[in-house]
Design a binder for this molecule. Sequence first.
Ligand SMILES: NC(=O)c1ccc[n+]([C@@H]2O[C@H](COP(=O)([O-])OP(=O)(O)OC[C@H]3O[C@@H](n4cnc5c(N)ncnc54)[C@H](OP(=O)(O)O)[C@@H]3O)[C@@H](O)[C@H]2O)c1
Length: 340
Amino acid sequence: MPSIDNAKDNGEIKPPQQQLVCVTGAGGFIGSWVVKELLLRGYRVRGTARDPANSKNAHLLALEGAEERLTLCRADLLNYDSLRSAFTGCHGVFHVASPVSNDPELVPVAVEGTRNVISAAADAGVRRIVFTSSYGAVHMDPNRSPDAVLDETFWSDYEYCKQSGNLYCCAKMMAEITATEEAAKRGLELAVVVPSMTMGPMLQQALNFSSSHVARYLTGAKPTYPNAVAAYTDVRDVARAHVLAYERPDARGRYLCIGAVLHRAHFLKLLKELFPQYPVTARCEDDGKPMAKPYKFSNQRLRDLGLEFTPLRESLYETVMCLQKKGHLPAPVATKRAYL
Ligand SMILES: NC(=O)c1ccc[n+]([C@@H]2O[C@H](COP(=O)([O-])OP(=O)(O)OC[C@H]3O[C@@H](n4cnc5c(N)ncnc54)[C@H](OP(=O)(O)O)[C@@H]3O)[C@@H](O)[C@H]2O)c1
């Protein structure tokens, strides 16, 4: 019999039934799906939250397998001791938690929090870390050639992000660099998942930033749209990417998790086609100027790990159905439309 830690099948670590892993920020949009995916694959999961007993985390306890294999514990990214005790006995850590904000006071939370996570994980004897970065750390460079194919080698321009007030991008860049440097120093194996704007159904009740991005267009709160291009991905693909990157023992470094890149006009057209009953704006704030061009990207590294990307149309459809179900949008008036 292979030992639990070394059980392998076709180069993959089998999820041993008793392997314990920790997910930071378990109750958030992406964290919840990572927890769900891990439970479905048979892991024992410890999820961290700043206030685990808060009803905003109740959805986690209702997940399949949660009763037997999920525990929640209190941890703050700025509190080393809380992280150290959350990681005790864990084989791997999925570091998902981060403020999602441009507030300058929260930049140190993302960066120092990541330093604490790596340090506490190493001290607790954890072997493998999967860190959640963001494509905000990758694509924000006004001088990038329009012909470039965006891949894992690209980094945002830090000064540009700072000057344009995109402090979230600065924080994610610095946090990712910190994770990489500290993990190397401490001899930890690190894989980095780099999701773009993440769509798809929410498991939690409260709106997270990327879900509210969609909701605001549907409620009519946004009278115009920017002349901008963005990259999108589905939250279930992001969760699978985390687990794939964890389970492949040779997976190291960055994995760009992007399913589609399109201009906001095309994104909104798709939304309007799927849900014509909502007052989605058709007015660009840059009317008359040439449209920003979508860029090319490569998600080959994740495809090589076996990830298949959900079509954006399907993802958007399910985002909106979920927003309706959770009461973030007015009740549907039209009949359900097929997305395929
Ligand atoms: N959604 C996207 O479009 C997207 C795209 C790319 C990357 N990401 C990255 O994915 C991760 C999760 O984002 P999300 O969209 O799921 O956001 P979210 O729903 O707002 O979740 C953020 C999580 O971070 C935790 N957190 C924040 N500050 C903390 C602190 N000081 N100590 C401990 N936990 C803290 C929160 O935990 P509490 O419950 O304790 O508040 C929450 O669970 C982040 O690293 C984000 O940068 C997101």
